[in-house]
Write a protein that binds this ligand. Structure first.
Ligand code: ADP
Ligand code: ASP
Ligand code: MG
Length: 441
């Protein structure tokens, strides 16, 4: 079994969908599960629709729904040619927008907002299926809501997914091509939910692990993982090979090409992951496997929205159990810590989820003086055996002379050196590192 995931831009135009159909039928030597995102822009629109409804602004929500429907109406005109399949595509679009219009009339809830968000992937897969039908390409739609599940902590349960998916695949063992929705799933209450923004990559990796696939291909709009964020830095280059650990660090620390936690399922089952470009299918892309391929720095990434909490205490810091007590507060509020530094009189930690910040600060207060700083960015330098790489620290700090680096984390992993900087310095930091570490302007 081979998994092929196509992101929003890869299915965002009718001609792109046509191209995806070619890519998935090129090599038919093994069965394929194709995971699709929503058309580019759709999830953003659905988020805006949900927000308008949540704030009681039904008029604005209605306007956004109508605008999105018009987009789909013109999309299907170019997607299919025959009257019969155009009529089918039209009724799919009508059905989903009728649903959104019905939701508009009932009182808004968190669960309904998830239903709204799910429409994007449901539409893209159903419309793609209509196109495949027109082309006479035999396939089957696999409803993700029947096998993708998350538990009460919103974590995907690989073993449950495996059981459910295997059953469906066994019942349809005559089929060679399956199409399914990325991103959407059911939660522990049986409601429609999702794997957070960018979650289609996570679906692909979970499906790859559950189906024990030979490869998990992530098709997107760029030729693989680059050494730096191409949205911020002018000159960047693709990386041929990454280890699972390196890729996981880059994804977690902000490389948008991969969902932050999408690597572990593939890694657990040792399924190689390939990052490929739908717009340039012949490009080598990036291969992610157990092996790193080479030693040294490979890429930098940036993660925004970081909050720093400083705990200053001259009395307690060196006492036994002090750190444990601090960590227990974060554990209680299910808030994970990204970076930590300690000195004799202070501990600083960073978090990316400020949802329980007030309660955390309140519970930390008995331990010392607490200060909170917002708008920080973690810059991560990722590679293989970084600590052994010659001159890495001198190159790094030479490059960052003009930057007020707030924290440094080095040595916790062989793959990562992280620095905390004020977010206003993010662009400059990435540019300086591009020059200092990679010799690229
Ligand atoms: P998709 O819709 O296919 O999931 P995404 O927009 O989520 O695509 O991810 C691809 C984008 O990630 C690229 O267009 C690029 O701008 C961005 N990106 C950020 N950092 C990197 C990086 N280090 N390497 C490659 N792409 C990156
Ligand atoms: N459509 C979802 C999003 O835009 C999931 C994805 O594309 O991966 O976040
Ligand atoms: Mg994505």
């Amino acid at each position: 079994m081979k998994i092929m995931k196509f992101g929003g831009t890869s299915v965002g135009k009718p001609e792109r969908m046509h191209q995806v159909a070619q890519l998935i039928t090129k090599d038919v030597s093994e069965p394929r599960i194709v995971v699709l995102s929503a058309l580019s822009g759709t999830t953003n629109s659905l988020v805006a629709i949900g927000e308008a409804m949540a704030s009681g602004n039904r008029e604005q929500a209605k306007e956004l729904i109508d605008k999105l429907e018009a987009h789909y109406q013109s999309f299907i005109k170019e997607l299919v040619k025959t009257d019969k399949l155009y009529a089918k595509a039209k009724s799919i679009v009508s059905e989903h927008f009728e649903f959104l219009n019905i939701i508009l009339k009932i009182s808004f809830s968190e669960a309904l907002s998830k239903d709204i968000l799910a429409q994007g992937e449901l539409l893209s897969t159903k419309l793609f299926s209509v196109y495949l039908e027109e082309k006479g390409i035999d396939h089957m739609l696999l409803p993700a809501l029947e096998f993708m599940t998350i538990d009460a902590q919103d974590e995907p349960q690989l073993s449950t997914i495996k059981v459910k998916l295997s059953r469906i695949l066994q019942q349809n063992s005559d089929k060679k091509l399956f199409i399914t929705q990325g991103y959407i799933c059911r939660n522990s209450r049986g409601e429609v939910d999702n794997l957070k923004r960018g979650g289609s990559d996570y679906t692909a990796s979970l499906v790859a692990a559950a189906a024990n696939a030979s490869v998990c291909e992530i098709w997107t709009d760029i030729d693989g993982m680059h050494n730096n964020d191409p949205r911020i830095v002018k000159k960047t280059l693709p990386i041929e090979q990454l280890s699972f650990e390196e890729a996981a660090e880059l994804a977690y620390f902000g490389a948008k090409i991969l969902h932050p936690t999408c690597i572990w399922p593939a890694q657990q089952q040792k399924v190689p992951v390939k990052l490929l470009n739908t717009m340039a299918p012949e490009a080598l892309g990036t291969t992610i496997t157990q092996e790193a391929g080479s030693v040294g720095v490979k890429a930098v990434a940036a993660k925004d929205g970081i909050i720093t909490i400083n705990i200053k205490s001259s009395r307690m810091l060196l006492a036994y159990g002090f750190l444990r007590k601090i960590f227990e507060v974060f554990e209680k509020y299910r808030t994970s810590i990204d970076m930590i530094t300690t000195s004799e009189v202070a501990v600083s930690v960073t978090i990316d989820n400020g949802g329980n910040l007030m309660s955390i600060v309140k519970e930390l207060e008995p331990f010392g003086t607490i200060t909170v700083e917002h708008d920080h960015t973690i810059i991560s330098v990722v590679g293989n055996e970084i600590a052994q790489t010659k001159d890495i620290l001198s190159k790094l700090f030479d490059a960052l002379t003009p930057i007020p680096v707030r924290m440094v984390s080095y040595g916790g992993s062989k793959h990562n050196v992280s620095m905390l900087v004020p977010s206003s310095y993010k662009t400059t930091t990435l540019q300086l590192l591009n020059k200092g570490l990679f010799g690229l302007e």
